[in-house]
Design a protein around this ligand. Structure first.
Ligand code: NAP
Length: 486
């Protein structure tokens, strides 16, 4: 990979969980890969008072478990040379002096401001950076989710950041878009002729997008109470994945060509009436159960959660896209906590053959499906029906690995690595544009409003199950089933 031009990356929230688990390890990997030259700098900023040495020690201890076998002391020492620490209150204009002085040493460099703090700070940080003259034409800002809790609050944050950065400087991160299989899906769709003719209502029966976590709220009950699965996962990650599956071929790979197509999908999603919300959405909340053989508490027993909480920890939705390509094809989206597996995948179920010639016994053999898996492993498999060797015409499902990991020996980039590299290089294609984000909020808001107005509680499900029974019923009404039930 080409070495990057020298850059300064300011990591607001540099001591936080995301920085230690994802951002610093991603930058370390790029130092190891030789992409980040010795002149580039990572300026971590956080509230607590730490010397540079104490920060380096904290960073090394915290990042090491996430680097696993990729950690080595020599590379870490080289990485650490690029790190500095600024103890500051991001909300106070007068604490930006030392950071400004450091940035001022290289006024013409690429500057990436990464906001890995609560979104409550985004407006203040942008205003203080702007006020201190630290936003140059070569600057960009990466903003983490959640960007607001509804359309109005997301507009407020976007307005506040947009007062100081142009839209082309704003990189709204959705790390699912940085995952290798998602990139590979784009290659499969738009660099081959084979799939495009099949990628439509005539040949696709349904699409299922699942992001399941085994984890519960992990001590963040306070945060989760005001959020829930719909806002936390579906509004952003699952809808972005839906867009990648459903979008029309863009005219080019430039950011706006791709994002225009995603926006069209979001705007074509059929709006929910309150009757639709009752019929086409399921919200659930986990009760005590067992995950991976370990007993776990119910959601309302978690610290910071109200005993009568109505926050959903599971949501399933039947989405419909009103276009010629997708009319009548249901897109089922679901996400939940305390599921039996950690699983993120997209399943495209193709229709059965129109006329089956192989006799009743083989008739139940599954139709074709394409499975794009992002977790726990990354893969792309096409399921076909083949004849079993032997004299009988016995059919059996087999799968083709379309991932070709063995054909390409290069190390795979973790999603945050790819997205950080793109932000440094100024490539916006994999980042979410403001209008996309707002269209996604517009679509989910009637669901949120309808749930808020309803007396009903979320349906309970046992921790370690695939969600409430109503989730299966959502598909069975169309004569379908989730892929693990099929
Ligand atoms: P976190 O662990 O709570 O870290 C918050 C960071 O903000 C800490 O470095 C903290 O510094 C800093 N901070 C707090 N108040 C500050 C102030 N007044 N001035 C300067 N710095 C201040 O949060 P996180 O989990 O890393 O998440 C960061 C953001 O990313 C959040 O918006 C979160 O929703 C989002 N996000 C997180 C994840 C994840 O996996 N963690 C995933 C997706 C999105 P001190 O340590 O000095 O207090």
């Amino acid at each position: 990979m080409r070495t990057l031009p020298d850059f300064d990356m300011v990591l607001f929230g540099g001591t936080g969980d995301l920085a230690m688990r994802k951002l610093l390890p991603a930058l370390y990997q790029q130092v190891k890969a030789g992409t980040v030259g010795p002149g580039s700098r990572i300026l971590a900023a956080a509230r607590r008072s730490l010397t540079r040495e104490a920060f380096l020690e904290l960073a090394e201890t915290s990042c090491k478990p996430f680097l696993g076998a990729d950690y080595d002391a020599a590379t870490w020492a080289s990485f650490a040379e690029r790190l500095s620490y600024f103890s500051m209150d991001a909300q106070a204009a007068d604490s930006y002096g030392p950071l400004g002085a450091a940035l001022g040493q290289h006024p013409d460099r690429i500057r990436v401001f990464y906001y890995s703090t609560s979104p409550d700070f985004f407006a203040a940080i942008s205003a203080h950076l702007g006020g201190a003259g630290l936003i140059t034409p070569h600057s960009r800002v990466v903003v983490e989710k959640p960007l607001g809790h509804d359309l109005e609050s997301s507009r407020e944050i976007n307005d506040a950041v947009g007062r100081h950065f142009t839209e082309r400087q704003i990189f709204r991160i959705d790390h699912y878009l940085g995952k290798e299989p998602v990139q590979n899906l784009l290659a499969l769709r738009f660099a081959n002729v084979l799939f495009e003719p099949l990628w439509r209502r005539e040949w696709v029966q349904d699409v299922q997008i699942t992001v399941a976590e085994q984890l519960g709220v992990e001590g963040r009950g306070d945060f989760y109470e005001g959020t829930g699965a719909l806002r936390d996962m579906l509004q952003n990650h699952l809808l972005q994945l839906l867009c990648i599956v459903a979008m029309e071929p863009p005219t080019a790979s430039d950011p706006d060509a791709v994002r225009d197509e995603k926006l069209k999908v979001l705007r074509s999603l059929r709006a929910f009436t309150s009757q639709d919300v009752a019929a086409k959405t399921v919200r659930g909340q986990y009760k005590a159960g067992a995950v991976a053989g370990r007993p776990v508490a119910g959601y309302v027993e978690e610290p910071g959660v109200a005993p009568d909480s109505r926050t959903e920890t599971f949501v399933a939705v039947k989405a419909e896209i009103d276009t010629w390509r997708w009319a009548g094809v249901p897109f089922f989206l679901r996400t939940g906590k305390r599921m039996p597996e950690k699983l993120a995948e997209i399943v495209i179920n193709f229709r059965q053959v129109p006329h089956f010639i192989f006799g009743e016994a083989a008739h139940g053999t599954r139709a074709n499906r394409l499975v794009i898996r992002m977790q726990p492993d990354e893969s792309m498999r096409l399921y076909l029906v083949a004849k079993q060797p032997g004299d009988a015409m016995a059919l059996h499902p087999v799968n083709l690995n379309l991932d070709f990991a063995e054909s390409f020996r290069a190390r795979r980039l973790e999603a945050y690595e790819r997205l950080l590299l793109d932000a440094i290089r100024g490539r916006l294609t994999l980042f979410v544009r403001r209008d996309e984000q707002e269209a996604a909020w517009c679509w989910v808001e009637p669901i949120l409003d309808s749930w808020a107005a309803s007396e009903d509680r979320p349906k309970s499900y046992t921790a370690g199950s695939w969600g409430p029974a109503a989730s299966s019923a959502l598909l069975s009404r169309d004569g379908l089933a989730w892929s693990e039930e099929d």
